[in-house]
Design a protein around this ligand. Sequence first.
Ligand SMILES: *Cc1c(COP(=O)(O)O)cnc(C)c1O
Length: 401
Amino acid sequence: MNADTDSTPSRDLDLSTRLAHAGRAPGSHAGAVNIPPYRASTILHPTLAAFLAPDPEYRSVRYGRMGTPSSHAFEEAMAELEGGCGAVAVGSGLQAITVALSAFVRAGDHILVTDSVYGPTRHFCDQMLARLGVETEFYDPGIGAGIAGLIRENTRLIMLESPGSLTFEMQDVPAIVAAARARGCLTLIDNTWAAGVFFKPLALGVDVSIQAATKYVCGHSDATLGVIVAREEACRMAVKQSAVMLGAAAGADDLFLALRGLRTLPVRLARHQETGIRLARWMAGQPEVRRVLHPALPDDPGHALWQRDFTGACGLFAVELDRIPQDALAAMLDGLSLFGMGYSWGGFESLILPAFPDRIRTAVPWRGRGTLIRLHAGLEDAEDLIRDLDRAFDRLRRTRR
Ligand SMILES: *Cc1c(COP(=O)(O)O)cnc(C)c1O
């Protein structure tokens, strides 16, 4: 890339090549490789004529909340990653979901949301959308083409997430998209697990792909950011208007960190994938482990769909252990030295926590009777992580003697 030119990388190039160059503009930034964070609330207008003319991009005033070179660069790069026509950046992954849902629904609508959806998405539908007169029906994530039987006259959209939060069920995305299109419903997906790298929902006809960029895109557990990528301009425009009306915007420093994270995303994900599969296989060999919930493992019920539609797996998966009382679980988890107990995954560090899907499911009761543990494989050495887990199982066994 020449220091004086700003160019968009060609789509024939490999993803890692495109992500090294997407959204960069050294020609407009004194030759700097990275776009500096634009910390801007006030955008000045040079003349009265410029002040009175609406900004062609937003059809509204120029204002920091509406966008800056930082948000434009990130949106351009994310559209490149997901293969969309454009993107909208907002302050968190959950905000990306709420802005996107708000863009398309009105009172009297019915929406279909997978029962395996991220918990706070469920709460937004049950609480906020219900209050605004939108009815949410949760569906079995394994429904596939059977979704056609749930689509009503007033069904506006179908929300997917594959694999599901906490429980990792794979969805038959093309089958659901086909049913939705036949009835004129939009499809939205939470694509955070695949980070936009291992799964390309827009290429399969999904209308809107949403990510918590907080997770792998930022990748260092130091920012919250959300992004909505649309397949077509009409959807992108509707989402942008929703973001503007709701006052949703992304912070300059978080955008800077996300753009920085994006450059190393494929490299990091390859390592998260490799370590995640190693840990999952090792876990499967422990006598206390009833099953491993990881779609890249051949005996996972979602493996065939994963193999058909995905090109890889991130470092997040779960295991179902025998039912373990809390004190034994504490003995196991509290003594870990490399795994932290925290929710927000996708950073360089490994995480572990108990999960309770049985408390939130409504469409299909969660049938696991054991203790569910969610793990995130970070960028540490896999053998070091396995030794840490091995000692945790020893502590667990000592409590059971
Ligand atoms: C973490 C997460 C979100 C929310 O992201 P935030 O940036 O924390 O709001 C949404 N969806 C999924 C699947 C997530 O894991």
